[in-house]
Write a protein that binds this ligand. Sequence first.
Ligand code: XUL
Ligand code: CO
Length: 438
Amino acid sequence: MSKFFENIPQIKYEGPESKNPFAFKYYDPERVIMGKTMAEHLPFAMAWWHNLGAAGTDMFGRDTADKSFGQEKGTMAHAKAKVDAGFEFMQKLGIKYFCFHDVDLVPEADDIKETNARLDELSDYILEKMKGTDIKCLWGTANMFSNPRFMNGAGSTNSADVFCFAAAQVKKALDITVKLGGRGYVFWGGREGYETLLNTDVKFEQENIAKLMRLAVDYGRSIGFTGDFYIEPKPKEPMKHQYDFDAATAIGFVKQYGLDKDFKMNIEANHATLAGHTFQHDLRISAINGMLGSIDANQGDLLLGWDTDEFPFNVYEATMCMYEVLKAGGLTGGFNFDSKNRRPSYTFEDMFYAFILGMDTFALGLIKAAEIIEDGRIDQFIADRYASYKSGIGAKIRSGETTLAELAAYADKLGAPALPGSGRQEYLETIVNNILFR
Ligand code: XUL
Ligand code: CO
């Protein structure tokens, strides 16, 4: 094994009383909760781009972290050193999955044939590395937003040549995902949107995005990809308006274009909050449509209007997330830390602290969500709240055995109906606090 992180010990579970910064306080992979181990509930993944690539550059300043891993950046030697560092990192934390964009793996060449040859070489190297470990690919994707050719989108571009280029990248990214045993394939439409309607044919662009997705499904199935395709909704940034605004919009889109058998949602916390929702909201909307597939685990800063991709720290949010995941019966995907260290946290130790924080936050969320469900008071309250639909006129409404005229006649007899009953929000929030802090 490589030795990039030789000063960092193997990260183990030591429990909430531990003061060891290189230990889990809540993530105990073997602990059984509601019939499954924590490791089964929480298939954590490392995002290749943030963890092995992002070095702190922002719009006002350059890198603060050294992610050269002893090689010159932009070379295949560097790409391989990232594989070595990534596997050492995942093994030290007990992380079983990784996610990648094509150009996270290798430096992009001017000619796509050369980029694809590099991807073949590097994926062979990863496959070799995977042997003897239990590390696998969670999902792959194509970066169709960084290169200037995608300035007007990929599926939604005005240029048929650029559309073909996007198709070529999707094809290769699918090949590599299948080769690495990926569970899923993601479409995040960072530039699938518009800056101004004055130059945009929205219907035409949306039809073309759907065509690219259909072509991807057909090709993926033809090469033996049996996993889920995911849309990762986001309302804006980099575009002013992105078509996959939120879960509800993206679900409507896949249903409209007949893609709903093959697609689920990959919900990112910080994208949901940018759309003006809670993380829990987009998880619930996906789950009730049978489309809660995977999660990009991070958190935003509600004081800032952009995608800060912070490591998850908010235990309330994580608890409500895990409540939705448990209720939905789990994910077909996993929990990808689409999160990056803050710019001043530039050391290798910080990379480990960040993952320990994120994994412990979700582990604690899982423990608390299971306690809320097992406690039962919230579920009971919700069941009671809708009890008027269990019998009588309510049951007829639910079963569809009534007419508007019958309901109007029923209302006539009521005079003024009673108030619908207290929502008891504060009582319910007290239950959550009580379970969180007992
Ligand atoms: C960008 C984002 C992407 C996707 C994959 O906001 O979340 O990294 O997860 O393209
Ligand atoms: Co993401």
